[in-house]
Ligand binder design. Sequence first.
Ligand SMILES: Nc1ncnc2c1ncn2[C@@H]1O[C@H](COP(=O)(O)OP(=O)(O)O)[C@@H](O)[C@H]1O
Ligand SMILES: [Mg+2]
Length: 363
Amino acid sequence: MASFEDNDIDVPDPSLMNVIEQDSLKWIFVGGKGGVGKTTTSCCLSIQLAKKREKVLIVSTDPAHNLSDAFCQKFGRDPMLVDGFENLYVMEIDANADMDKIQGEMSAATGDDEQSVLQSLMGDLTSSIPGIDEAMSFSELMKQVQTMDYDTVVFDTAPTGHTLRLLSFPTIMEKALGKIMDLKDKFGGMLSSMSGLMGGGAGPNGESPTDMMLGKLEETREIINKVNTMFQDPTVTTFVCVCIPEFLSIFETERLVQELSKFGIDSHNVVVNQVLFPEKDADELAEWFEEEKGKLSKEAAEICSKMMARKKMQDKYIGQCFDLYGDDFHIILQPLLDHEVRGVEKLTEFSETLVNPVDLEVD
Ligand SMILES: Nc1ncnc2c1ncn2[C@@H]1O[C@H](COP(=O)(O)OP(=O)(O)O)[C@@H](O)[C@H]1O
Ligand SMILES: [Mg+2]
């Protein structure tokens, strides 16, 4: 394979084995554009991790949950064991439901009038500060997950735009806190005299709704800042980029890699999924086709010709991928299968090529 052979000794090996073998890794993100194979890769990587780690959790932060689809098993907010495993768990989180829960918990500690103040504060925050719901829900998730004894947590993230939002949560929290502080400065007196009239403050310690909200946001900020420091430590966190060999996907991957490096988050693996005949070279295939096409029926020749065009295009983008990342990243080519990758059996089978890649035909 002229453009992406792996016979250069210094080039990282084309396998995700490096991630499996790095025992210190606690948080592994899997991200990329929609439909490229993030969920499939998260599941496959986790299946391989589960062979080496005591307890592995996959978390989906994608609102379009598909871990349930991939494993053909219904998961929810609480970690659930995957059928057929003893140490592989899945949870799917929902930012909207989490916001309702947070609000519910705060409201439970208050009277009716404070509840409506809290409700309107929360509504105000979610509408004026985009992403605050995700930030708060993520902080709840991390608070919960950190108390559990998983060796490794794999995040099946939402498509690229959302993934990067995760990295901006600290800024979002600062904005939210600023907003509530402003409100407190403006209406603080009024709010506390109101709760005074109602016979004391709102919270269990007699604080006003704004103070409760401030308390909650400060707690969230603290968690998010701690978590972000952790995510910026390459010994515990890495980001696996998934793409397909097409222009837009490679373009988005480059954006993602740049952004991750800007935020100081380690990434050194790119999975190129849905590759047609990863072990074959487009030029060689073209030669074969030239010789054989006379013997094929018209329909067969047409189908082959379409396939060849596709293969040629894929090779171009795989070549670009190696040019961009080949020196520093492990690039793993995953074959396009003839069927969907659903259910434990198929996922397990597919997971093998992540660690034992198909042999590239080197001349
Ligand atoms: N290499 C592949 N060959 C065939 N089908 C695939 C492959 N990778 C993923 N799929 C299928 O493509 C669909 C989208 O994959 P998925 O992992 O859910 O993508 P994402 O999470 O990035 O949106 C799923 O139905 C999956 O089974
Ligand atoms: Mg998905």
